[in-house]
Design a protein around this ligand. Structure first.
Ligand SMILES: *Cc1c(COP(=O)(O)O)cnc(C)c1O
Length: 360
């Protein structure tokens, strides 16, 4: 069985060379006679793996020493509560931008702790647009502003980084971190669940400006206290060692591809090809405002929903996997993360053209 093109939104396809290296190192990591999975997280070997992964991530994303990089657990969703618990400080309110399902989940969780001000929402367009920042009703006394730069389910992406006039900007970058260059210095905090562009699920990478550490509410669980995690180099308890190692292999692979600049060029090209094909077709459609289309997640519908089953069956038979859209939106969705080769997008477009033709 050869490798298929896996368009899953997450857990998502990983670079094949990374999986091969993990396989080769599985039983005996570099002559230690052990798998990475079996190593003490306090061992020199694992600490070296962990530090190298962090350094590679810092190099790739251009993260300065003003920021701590944390390798936490519980996925991106745990950050929905970790963020308010840590960042509210002596304030009570926080601003949120609502652009889809992941924003909504973050908002619902924050409401347990904060007076949440939804400063803007695109719910009225069915989340097919990004609200015009000139009209955001932000509050100057907000502890932070939270947004979701890429809505993985809706396929909606911000084409800009919001200006917040000093209010710390917090971003759920689960499905877009490392997909292109980014000016980290504009952010107070970035978090990203690993299973899209970084590695296995469960791991969540947090990049936090150091002046935002140390403000956790006193009832904050220790495991969710950024200061504690930072002080302990993300090893307050046993970290997700194997996931951390695998993320490190992905970072090395990204560096070998030319880093986020090169990746961004490839990703832009992949997305452009697919959207162009969809836009030029009478049979397929994408509902998102062209200025806010995601590079990473491309939802599309067929002219007739009754054909969805046949489309997916034919795709599976060609090794084009997991194209079914999220249960909440239906249709199809192709996720084009870093590890999806351009050849995968070409194969998808060829199949889509063939299928549309067959249907007349
Ligand atoms: C996948 C995803 C999440 C949820 O990640 P978990 O690791 O399952 O908690 C949250 N936000 C965004 C934008 C995502 O893409």
């Amino acid at each position: 069985m050869s490798r298929a093109f896996n368009f899953c939104a997450g857990p998502a396809t990983l670079p094949e060379p990374v999986l091969r290296q993990a396989r080769d190192e599985m039983l005996d990591w570099r002559g230690t006679g052990m798998s990475v999975m079996e190593m003490s997280h306090r061992s020199d070997e694992f600490v070296a793996i962990a530090e190298e992964a962090e350094q590679d991530l810092r190099d790739l994303a251009g993260i300065s020493d003003d920021y701590a990089v944390l390798f936490m657990q519980g996925g991106a969703s745990s950050q929905f509560s970790t963020v308010p618990l840590n960042l509210l400080g002596d304030k009570t309110s926080a601003d949120y931008i609502n652009t889809g399902i992941w924003s909504k989940k973050a908002i619902a969780e924050a409401r347990r702790y904060a007076d949440v001000n939804v400063a803007a929402s695109s719910e009225n367009t069915g989340f097919t647009t990004v609200p015009d920042p000139a009209r955001w009703a932000t509050r100057p006394d907000a502890a932070y502003l939270h947004y979701t730069p890429n809505e993985t389910i809706g396929g909606l992406e911000f084409g800009f980084v919001p200006e917040t006039a000093g209010v710390p900007l917090v971003a759920d970058m689960s499905s877009t971190l490392l997909s292109r260059p980014l000016d980290v210095s504009k952010f107070g905090l970035i978090y990203a669940g690993a299973q899209k562009n970084i590695g296995p699920s469960g791991l969540v990478v947090v990049i936090i400006r150091k002046d935002l550490l140390g403000k956790a509410r006193k009832e904050t669980p220790t495991m969710m206290n950024y200061q504690v995690i930072a002080d302990n180099d993300s090893m307050y308890n046993t970290p997700a060692t194997y996931s951390w190692y695998l993320a490190g292999l992905v970072f090395k692979w990204l560096k070998a591809q030319g880093g986020v600049q090169a990746m961004g060029d490839i990703n832009a090209r992949k997305a452009r090809k697919l959207y162009e094909f969809i836009d030029n077709s009478e049979f397929y459609a994408n509902p998102i405002d062209p200025s806010a289309r995601s590079w990473m997640n491309v939802p599309f519908t067929l002219a007739d929903d009754a054909l969805n089953g046949a489309f997916l069956k034919g795709a599976d038979a060609r090794g084009l996997l997991n194209l079914k859209g999220h249960r909440s939106v239906g249709g199809m969705r192709a996720s084009l993360y870093n590890a999806m080769p351009e050849a995968g997008v070409d194969a998808l477009i060829n199949y889509m053209a063939e299928f549309a033709k067959e249907q007349g």
